[in-house]
Design a protein around this ligand. Structure first.
Ligand code: ADP
Length: 599
């Protein structure tokens, strides 16, 4: 299966074509100066003038090149086109097949990535026109950080800004950090689930990520790619009062934006260049500003590595990548200096002379006995994107974990009874029709005005709700606390599975009935329609985990999915479960992941 990965920027279109059975790269190249009359297709040493006045023109030139007689596309055709998209917000997390809805979410997210998302989107639209018959999949820079814990992604500003506008940290460079983590696990021959890693992507943009168990648990970039490390032209962390001060001094919004995004970082500090090599040359020539630029650059990385080692409770490896991380022995040496207390010591010889590219993409540069490994990775974001595209094409598991992005409403099931016709007759009189008090969330069901009393060996519960319609067999659903009060010991069961369950006495105005079986603790479950199930990425009878946020935050597993066209999206828990998690009928929870698939 062949996958074409596109990275459309404001003036260039980069492409990589992979054969995914072997992950062999069949072709790569780029069209530069897109949008001008001088667009040039650079590939394998050649420079061809093409009509690249629009992204679509550039893509047509690439398509013609790849599918030429004897070209790498040959007659096989494409299985999918993958698009690198910078910001997916909270709604687009998994690699996502692109349709009009996805396009409009990418457009909304441009608010937080104004330099990138609009050009990414233009590229997607052009590519859909050029490759109309092939699935297009978006892979997001933010996606790998989707599981950041709330305490890591939340800014300490009024919470309404998050709830109403999605102001939070998202993190970027996802494919690179993910690729580094996978490469490190492979190199260390250890499952990712047993590794704590600090990954440093140091290129034109730069970020550090703390990875525990294969999951990004903190990352230095924030709501936009401006936060965190010192970068080529970006400031990274500053006092948030600084833009206010600049504004007070008369700078416009555009000027401040320009200052922090394009005139700061290595460039602004050194006054020489945004390119690390130029700054290093100037520093070596004795330029004090260039020296300071490197000092600030290195110090910031050290701070983050220290902080993230603390966040992780220790690190098995520190991983470097990106143009600077991969190539600058100086930066790695200065960053790792004095980290012996964290078990970090470099093998100077290896650090100076070994190159990841000569060792299949990863090389170890730490001293032999140092407990914390230092690894250098030749990152390959495009390959990572191609893998993610395959995952999406072969079988999507859209895991959307944010409560805000897809809230699942909660229905707390208070103890209640479903009656059979015969038992209803015995309790209320022959042929009695129960009357409606209020609807419940599931269509067609309602709570009746009538109630019954439950009588057990130890005690009674009066005025227990009845839920209509009538059923074949009477069923009593209790919470464990109710069962204690009554003196019965029902098992945890799904509704309707009543074999071997205990009985109880029910008392109504017309008489009592003693049922022989039918008392259960209802197994927690979530109702949903087939379209909800498709969007969430689950199937009927899957066992899933859900996450509860709030002051009794917890993850609740063993939730059974029940899919039917008649169901509304609703999590059902009993009163004990609701109380333990601080839930009520106004609460919402999030899908956290699949625990066990039904098949
Ligand atoms: P981008 O993030 O724009 O894709 P790269 O990952 O290619 O960029 O990183 C570019 C940075 O890497 C530049 O600052 C460049 O100076 C730096 N770099 C490349 N090679 C070296 C080297 N041998 N030593 C130090 N820095 C290098």
């Amino acid at each position: 299966m062949r996958v074409l990965v596109l990275n459309v920027g404001s003036t260039s279109v980069k492409y990589n074509l992979y054969e995914m059975d072997t992950e062999a790269r069949l072709a790569d190249g780029r069209v530069e100066r897109v949008g001008t009359d001088e667009a040039t297709h650079v590939h394998g040493g050649a420079n061809d003038r093409v009509d690249g006045r629009t992204a679509e023109g550039a893509l047509r030139a690439i398509l013609a090149h790849l599918s030429r007689e004897g070209g790498p596309l040959g007659s096989t055709g494409l299985a999918a086109v993958g698009h690198r998209v910078v910001h997916g917000g909270e709604q687009l997390i998994s690699p996502t097949p692109i349709d009009d809805r996805v396009e409009s979410i990418i457009e909304e997210c441009a608010r937080y990535a104004p330099l990138h998302n609009p050009v990414n989107l233009a590229g997607i639209r052009a590519a859909r026109a050029v490759f109309p018959a092939v699935p297009h999949v978006a892979v997001f820079d933010t996606a790998f950080h989707a599981q950041l814990p709330a305490y890591a992604y939340t800014y300490a500003i009024p919470h309404e800004l998050y709830l109403e506008k999605g102001v939070r940290r998202y993190g970027f460079h996802g494919p690179s950090h993910q690729f580094m983590a996978l490469s490190a696990a492979e190199h260390l021959r250890t499952d990712l689930s047993r590794l704590k890693l600090v990954t440093c992507h140091l290129g034109g943009g730069a970020s550090v990520t703390a990875i525990d168990n294969g999951v990004s648990v903190d990352t230095s970039m924030g709501m936009t790619p401006l936060e965190g490390l010192v970068m080529g032209t970006r400031a990274g962390d500053i006092d948030p009062a600084l833009p206010l001060l600049l504004a007070r001094d008369g700078m416009t919004f555009e000027q401040i934006d320009e200052l922090l995004n394009r005139k700061s970082g290595l460039y602004g500090l050194s006054g020489v260049s945004a390119d690390f090599r130029d700054v290093q040359r100037a520093a070596e020539g004795g330029d004090p500003r260039a020296r300071l630029a490197i000092d600030v650059f290195v110090h910031r990385i050290r701070k983050y590595i220290g902080a993230y080692t603390a966040v992780l409770g220790g690190a098995d490896a520190i991983v470097f990548s990106g143009g600077i991380g991969e190539n600058s022995a100086l930066v790695r040496r200065r960053v790792c200096e004095g980290f012996i207390f964290m078990g970090v010591a470099l093998d100077d010889q290896a650090n100076e002379h070994e190159r990841a590219a000569d060792h299949g993409g990863i090389v170890e540069v730490s001293a032999k006995r140092a407990p914390t490994k230092v690894l250098v990775v030749h990152t390959d974001e495009e390959r990572m994107i191609a893998r993610e595209v395959m995952r999406s094409v072969v079988g999507p598991t859209a895991v959307i974990r944010s409560v805000r992005a897809r809230p699942i409403p909660v229905g707390v099931s208070v103890r209640h009874v479903h009656l059979s016709r015969a038992d209803c007759d015995a309790l209320f009189g022959a042929g009695y029709e129960l009357t409606k008090r209020r609807d419940v969330t599931q269509p067609g069901q309602f709570v009746t005005r009538e109630t019954v009393d439950l009588v057990g060996p130890k005690g009674e519960l009066r005025g227990v709700a009845i839920i209509n319609p009538l059923r074949k067999q009477t069923q009593v659903e209790l919470a464990r606390t109710d069962a204690f009060a009554l003196g019965v010991s029902p098992p945890l069961r799904e509704s309707g599975k009543l074999d071997g369950t205990p009985g109880l006495t029910l008392r109504g105005p017309a008489g009592s009935v003693k049922i022989e079986s039918g008392v259960i603790l209802a197994h927690r479950h979530v109702h949903m329609s087939p379209s909800d199930a498709k969007e969430i990425g689950v199937n009927d009878r899957d066992m899933i985990k859900i996450r509860v946020e709030g002051d009794r935050e917890m993850t609740i597993g063993d939730v059974i999915v029940r899919v039917s066209p008649d169901y509304a999206l609703d999590l059902h828990v009993d009163t004990d479960e609701a109380n333990a998690a601080g839930l009520n009928n106004e609460s919402v929870v999030a899908f956290e992941g699949i625990q066990e698939t039904a098949s």
